[in-house]
Design a protein around this ligand. Structure first.
Ligand SMILES: C[S@@+](CC[C@H](N)C(=O)[O-])C[C@H]1O[C@@H](n2cnc3c(N)ncnc32)[C@H](O)[C@@H]1O
Length: 219
């Protein structure tokens, strides 16, 4: 049997490892695979083509998610990225919003086997509808591919993000404007976000996700 060699610890429970002569980004996990990723030893492969957060990390940028924080996650889909955040937040929890019933069904299977995910079948553009359930959070992660995603992010921050809290917004140029140059779309989104947040860092998600950027903000 081949051993897993830890090459680097990136943040709590996130590692770069070598296994069978290949390098993998992984999270330490006691759970079974959720989306076709490999599991070796105590690690689950974190596939950058499936998760923009993994792409950001492999491109050299990391947000230090402490294991005890609370996150509001907008656009959970079937829970690919949430599953890895759940491995990281061993003592915290994730309120995860998704409005489409189809991916939500698979997401529920994930939430049932883990104790730190609170799944909510809700529309992220209407935070008032889950204001009675979600408490103040340390961080908001958004991946909803919507034209008005900055506005939706800001609205959720007003409701739930503590002062000094952080956020990550994944932006897909084509979802916002299908004809404009991606660089123009990104400029527009950054200036919208700057109205309510300070921009800590932004960057590309190539080669894993073309014409996308991540934006890390502080409230
Ligand atoms: C790109 S996918 C998210 C992938 C996921 N974040 C991951 O990395 O595993 C975008 C998801 O956002 C959801 N979405 C879009 N607009 C939404 C809204 N207003 N409220 C809730 N979910 C929304 C879509 O249904 C879709 O499942």
């Amino acid at each position: 049997m081949t051993d897993v060699e830890i090459l680097k610890q990136i943040t709590h429970n996130v590692f770069l490892v070598r296994y069978e002569n290949r390098e993998f980004l992984v999270t330490k996990s006691k759970f079974k695979p959720h989306y076709g990723e490999r599991k070796f030893s105590d690690f689950r492969e974190w596939i950058p083509y499936r998760s923009k957060l993994a792409a950001m990390i492999l491109n050299g940028y990391t947000v230090d998610f402490r294991p005890e924080i609370k996150i509001l996650y907008l656009g959970a889909a079937s829970g690919t990225t949430v599953s890895h955040l759940s491995d990281i937040l061993e003592k915290g929890h994730i309120y995860a919003i998704e409005y489409s019933a189809r991916p939500f069904k698979k997401f529920l299977e994930l939430a049932l086997e883990r104790k730190n995910i609170i799944p909510l079948l809700k529309d992220a553009s209407r935070p008032e509808e889950y204001a009675g359930i979600v408490e103040e959070v340390d961080f908001i992660y958004q991946d909803i591919a919507q034209k008005n995603q900055s506005e939706i992010f800001a609205k959720n921050a007003e409701f739930f993000l503590k002062k000094g809290g952080g956020g990550l917004i994944m932006v897909k140029a084509r979802s916002i404007d299908s004809v404009a140059e991606p660089s123009e779309v990104f400029k527009r989104v950054l200036s919208e976000l700057e109205r309510s947040f300070s921009i800590v860092k932004y960057g590309k998600l190539d080669p894993y996700h073309k014409d996308h950027i991540f934006v890390h903000v502080e409230f």
